[in-house]
Each structure stands twice: as C-alpha cells, then as structure tokens.
Design a protein around this ligand. Structure first.
Ligand SMILES: [Fe+2]
Length: 327
C-alpha cells in the first residue's frame, strides 16, 4: 500500500507527542527509578498517582504513573493540541468521521479527548493544555541521574502499519522515514511527526497494539552514561537493555532501559531537525539494517519481542520482530 498524501491543512492542530500514562505495581520503586536514574522531577503526587516532567519541561506532566495491582500496562499515549478551541474542532471532526472519541477527566489537564481509532491502533488522548511549572534546566542542585530534558516520541507495535498510519496522516502527521519489507513490499515501520524533528509517533509491525517504548531526550553522552551508571548503583544495571549505541538516521545515540515493571524507556541525544514542507521521507528496505545500527551490539531478543500492553486492549499474539531490518 502506498503512503497517503500529506494533509497540509489538517482538521485541527496537533502540536506534538506530549505524555504517557502507565500503570505500575510499586509506586515508590517507580518513583525512585524515574527520579534518581532518569532524573525526572515530581510535579505532583496524589494518592496512588505520580505526575512527572523533564527538567526542560514547563507543562505539568509528560509521564503519569498510577499504582495498580493489575499487570502493568499503558493507559494511553498523549498528544497536545494548541488549545481548547482546537480540542472542540477535534471533537467535531471525530464525530463526523465516525471515530470513537469521548471527553475524559484528567487532573492537571485543561480538557482531554480520548480517541479510539480502532482495536488495532493505540488509544490516544488529546490534551488542550496543562498548568505551567518552573523549568529546572538551570536549577543544577535539583538535577539527578540522566537529567532527562523532555519527552520526544513513543513507538507502538501495531498489526497493520498502513491502516494505523493512515489515521494519523489524516490528522496532518508527516512521514519522515519508512521501511518496506523486501519480501512483501509492505510497510513494516514508519516515523510520523508534527513537531520539528523526525518523530512524534513511530509505528512498527507486530502483534499489538502495544507500547514498545517512549523516549526522553538527554543533553549529551555524559548524561546518558550517568543514567546507566546510576541504574547500576541501584542494582538495576541489567535494566539497561540495549546500548549505548547509535541508530543511523535520525542521528540518534541511545540507551534503552526497562523500568521496575518492564516498561521500556529510550534515552536519546537531541535528534536532527526535520520540518520544512518540501522535505521527503527517507525510504528504507528491510535489508538495510546495517545502516540502522552501524556498529555495536544488536538488540537482544527481548527488545524485539516484549512491549507494554494497553490497558483493556486485547493485543493477541506477542510482538514479533518483523519490523526490524536485517543486520
Ligand atoms: Fe525511539
């Protein structure tokens, strides 16, 4: 299937991937992991829910952890629209399009619309605004671990990349890179973006929908290394699952870590700029893995196969490695 045409004037304005909702079994253990190792800061903790943000972030939260005895899951991935007026346009658009979307109450969010495209795509919550808090970028005594700056993107495993990508492209997402299978010609992964770098949401083929990882940007290699060192100091050295390594485009240097519940986080250096309308997506095929991971160790099998479930969504078979190019 061909990539759909880019929609230059979308029905409403999504600005970026902005937050992730997870459930965890031990909130104290998760708080220690995210604040001491990643270096996120606490915006609020109420009952069994913890709201976190990166040190560069002024909006209230980019990660919300809710304690739950059920198996760990992702409640939703979150995106920002410009404001409440754009959220109302979104509500009208989905009603006309026959796509399920309902208002939900989320603390510290100025209007939230939960969108369910279909049972093979991740649940998305569109948020119209959040309270502002101080940026801690220059508050050096407050900074810990990897000094994570900001949420950048998330990657979801989905069974039909074409179909899920079409939902997002209808909302103005642009492809910056996609990979096709040399055997079937099918698209097996695609990077989609709204902000000025190559990815807000990445879709990869496999059993899903599941959340494969979410990514925070760190300032430099020293911060990346320090996060891994602090993980080891807490006895979590083997939670550094893959990396430190380099992806090819978009010039990413990465480490992937698993939190105490197995949710996967990527820490990465700032990605390249990708924003001008005339830019075209990079196309790869599934034999070009050498360029994707030019040196160092390949991802372990668990990185290829394991991902977080979405709460209440039956994802069927376990995620497969069909989307990863051969190396
Ligand atoms: Fe990533």
């Amino acid at each position: 299937m061909a990539i759909p045409e880019v929609v230059r004037k979308p029905p409403f304005n999504i600005t970026r991937a902005s937050h992730v909702y997870l459930t965890v079994r031990d909130l104290d253990a998760s708080r220690r992991f995210y604040t001491e190792i990643l270096g996120l800061v606490v915006s609020a903790q109420e009952g069994g829910t913890l709201y976190l943000r990166g040190i560069e972030e002024a909006c209230h939260h980019s990660l919300v952890l809710r304690q739950d005895d059920a198996p760990p899951a992702c409640d939703a991935v979150g995106m920002r629209v410009t404001d409440a007026e754009e959220l109302a346009l979104a509500e009208d658009h989905f009603a006309r399009a026959g796509i399920t979307a309902r208002r939900v109450e989320r603390p510290y969010e100025n209007g939230t619309l939960r969108v369910t495209f279909d049972d093979r795509s991740p649940p998305v919550e569109l948020c119209a605004g959040m309270p502002l808090l101080p940026r801690l970028l220059n508050d050096y005594p407050a900074q810990k671990g990897g000094r994570a700056l900001r949420l950048d993107h998330y990657q979801c495993v989905v069974p039909d990349v074409d179909a899920t990508a079409a939902h997002f492209m209808a909302l103005g997402f642009r492809p910056s890179k996609f990979t096709t299978s040399v055997e079937t010609g099918q698209i097996v992964s695609i990077f989609l973006h709204r902000k000025n770098n190559p990815h807000d949401i990445v879709l990869a083929q496999g059993g899903g929908p599941r959340l494969h990882h979410f990514c925070y940007i760190v300032s430099d290699l020293a911060a990346l290394l320090r996060a891994c060192d602090v993980a080891a100091s807490f006895g979590l050295g083997r939670n550094v699952e893959h990396g430190i390594g380099r992806h090819g485009p978009p010039n990413g240097v990465f480490a992937y870590l698993r939190d105490p519940d197995g949710h996967r986080i990527e820490l990465g250096l700032p990605p390249m700029q990708y924003m001008d309308a005339e830019e075209r997506a990079n196309t790869w095929d599934s034999n070009q893995g050498q360029a994707l991971i030019p040196w160092g160790a390949l991802p372990p099998q668990r990185w290829r196969e394991e991902a977080s479930s979405f709460a209440g969504v039956d994802a069927g078979e376990a995620p497969a490695a069909r989307w990863l190019p051969q190396v």
